[in-house]
Ligand binder design. Sequence first.
Ligand code: MD6
Ligand code: FE
Length: 215
Amino acid sequence: MTDLFGDADLPQRGREDLAPGAVLLRGYAGPEADALTDGIAAVAAISPFRHMVTRGGFAMSVAMTNCGSGGWVSDRRGYRYQALDPETGAPWPAMPAPFRALAQDAAAEAGYPGFAPDVCLINRYQPGAKMALHQDQDEADFSQPIVSVSLGLAAIFRFGGLNRSDPARKVPLLHGDVVVWGGPSRLYFHGIDSLKPGTHPVCGDVRLNLTFRRS
Ligand code: MD6
Ligand code: FE
């Protein structure tokens, strides 16, 4: 008999409700991790990771790239989605098939059938990198969820409410964890604490995060 939680050498699987509409699927992407890291390397060979600048002129500590029919960008003009990579002047690399399949499966598992992501933002955290509390509000249709996949080093995810000052819970996100959120919590404030140094057997000294959206 298989035991969902028994094998010490397997990543823990399971499901946890984080908030109305937000579900954590522990270890869901574990079996796909190698395909995902290969895909990330292929994307980054075309559109390299870079530290984008905020409207205020500060370089973000998280390095980013994108794949799909558009990409999330930030510069002195603000945040937006655009079809061309500003660094290369060319379209973003296509979304690898295993990325799209995983995002659709996870969304359906979490109660959002029919999710059709057109953009995948790829975040790379080195030790000390963090993401300040923010809302994801650059998308056109807030009825579509976001699917977020964590790979490599563990990070603390802060998950608050609709107001910046709402108390935030701290959720450790581990290699293979997938968060799907939408519905009532689609616009909740969230962020990532400063990454602690470490070494992960698959990803080395970084944390990688894929966020799939319908732009
Ligand atoms: C990260 N994630 O996990 C940053 N946004 O590195 C996000 O900002 C995020 O995980 C929307 C939905 C899920 C997320
Ligand atoms: Fe976000």
